[in-house]
Design a protein around this ligand. Structure first.
Ligand SMILES: [Zn+2]
Length: 237
């Protein structure tokens, strides 16, 4: 009799262990904590700046809209590999305004991008741009955020820290900015990355290289991924 109890007792113990282990696995899978898909269940909206008739900044014969699209597509691929659901405001050379719109094309485009972001209720939103200014010596990546929420700052700090570590081309810090329409309107944790300066010849030569585009994209994706971990927030000083 005693032996039988021992037998059934062991069976119950094993079953309980298996059930607990699989439940734990299911929970970790569902919450995206699994090591191979750290972004499982996360929805991220990516915005490739400009597009269509709006070329954005220009450096040499390079238009910002083309580089933003390439890098944003690379970021999409990296985030998808990490398990995220990625939505892009555009995935080809176009903007979101109507061709025959009589008002401001740019305003209609931006209003629609913001609506798209907020309608999706993403876990994070990141907009990709390139800089160009009349000072050709300036170079380096920089991340901006709207100061209305500490989550914006946290996301920007992680992205900037990953860019700094991987590209090793900047000492810049993530910076608050109040007047960027998309960042102002976005309800999700948001950041805008100026990946580099098209006005700097050396950086422009890098920005058009697919390998450098992938390196920048991988850094930005890593920053987004780190935002969702319990890692200590990098310093902004
Ligand atoms: Zn831009």
């Amino acid at each position: 009799m005693k032996r039988r109890w021992l037998f059934w007792g062991s069976i119950i113990m094993v079953l309980a262990f298996v059930t607990l282990a699989s439940a734990k696995w299911l929970i970790s899978w569902h919450t995206g904590q699994s090591w191979h898909t750290p972004l499982a269940g996360r929805v991220i909206v990516l915005d490739a700046g400009h597009g269509g008739p709006d070329g954005g900044a220009v450096g040499g014969s390079i238009e910002e809209k083309d580089i933003t699209l390439k890098i944003t597509k690379d970021i999409r691929n990296y985030l998808q590999e990490m398990g995220a659901i990625v939505i892009m405001t555009r995935d080809r050379d176009t903007d979101l305004a109507d061709d025959d719109f009589s008002g401001s094309h740019k305003t209609q485009d931006l209003v629609r991008r913001a609506k798209m972001v907020n309608k999706t209720h993403p876990d994070a939103f990141v907009s990709i741009h390139m800089n160009a200014i009349p000072m050709p010596s300036l170079h380096g990546a920089q991340t901006f955020y709207h100061p209305k929420s500490s989550e914006n700052r946290k996301l920007a700090l992680f992205i900037q820290d990953s860019l700094k570590q991987n590209l090793e081309n900047t000492k810049r810090y993530a910076k608050p900015i109040g007047h960027v329409y998309l960042l102002k309107k976005a309800e999700a944790p948001s950041a805008l990355v100026e990946v580099g300066f098209l006005s700097n010849a050396a950086e422009r030569a890098l920005l058009i290289q697919p390998n450098y585009q992938k390196k920048a994209a991988s850094s930005i994706s890593q920053g987004i991924m780190r935002y969702f971990t319990n890692e200590k927030i990098p310093s902004d000083q």
